[in-house]
Structures are given as C-alpha cells and as structure tokens.
Design a protein around this ligand. Structure first.
Ligand code: SF4
Length: 127
C-alpha cells in the first residue's frame, strides 16, 4: 500500500486568508466569494485552514454567477446557527435573477434536506 504524499509544508499556506473579497466579471460571468478558507486540512491543498465569512454578499450584476468559496457549506459547525447562516446566504443570493455555480463543489457531509431545497430554489444549477 502506498502512502499519500504530503505536497505542502504543514506550516505553509500558498493562498492568503487576507486580501479583498473576490468580485469581478470574466467573460460575462460574475465571480464572487462569500467565504474563504476550509478547515478540512487535506494534505495536498493550499487553501488556508482558517475560515473567513465575508460580512456582505457582493451585488449580483450578471445572469450567471460563479461562487469561488472552497467550502460553501461551512460557516462554523461548532455553532448551532451554522446551517441558518448558510440558508440565509443562499436565500439572499436567490433574491436575484441569477443562476449560480459552486465552482469548488461542496462538502456533501454538510448537506441537509433544507439546504438542498434552498439551493434548488435559488437556482444553484451547477455544484
Ligand atoms: S476540502 Fe477542498 S478546499 Fe478543503 S482542504 Fe480539502 S481540498 Fe482543500
């Protein structure tokens, strides 16, 4: 059995948790972040393991939006209101006319029926 290779130094993170919230348009598609970072510590990943949830969702100005969050369903699962925060974010995005794509996928372990229904209602067409 081969051992999985750790590709990054344990104390090194390539991406920065700092910096402005992503919000730009590329080829007519708006790309945004609602959070940055992921606590999962996959050994091959350079994503910061500290999570920042941005206070505001950028104004949606295009019909198609790509969400670049690495772990969209993670807010702070040590807190009981974490799912409510996810649902609130999805609901807010759903008020627009846009269709959404979660470019980085999602962590199915954090999925619930309520979240799945909310994503569908808010036109998350690619996950
Ligand atoms: S779940 Fe994805 S974003 Fe999170 S640490 Fe693993 S590879 Fe990186």
């Amino acid at each position: 059995m081969s051992k999985q290779l750790r590709l990054r130094d344990k104390n090194h993170t390539k991406s920065s948790i700092k910096g402005p919230q992503t919000n730009y348009i590329h080829n007519g598609i708006q790309r945004i972040e609602t959070s940055r970072g992921c606590p999962n510590l996959c050994p091959y990943c350079y994503e910061p393991d500290r999570l920042v949830v941005f206070d505001e969702i950028p104004e949606i100005t295009t019909k198609n939006v790509q969400i670049l969050d690495m772990n969209f369903l993670w807010r702070d699962h040590s807190r009981p209101d974490s799912e409510k925060k996810v649902l609130s974010c999805v609901k807010e995005l759903g008020k627009t006319k846009a269709k959404f794509e979660l470019v980085c996928g999602l962590d199915y372990r954090l999925m619930s029926l309520d979240i799945a229904k909310a994503l569908k209602k808010a036109r998350f067409v690619k996950i």
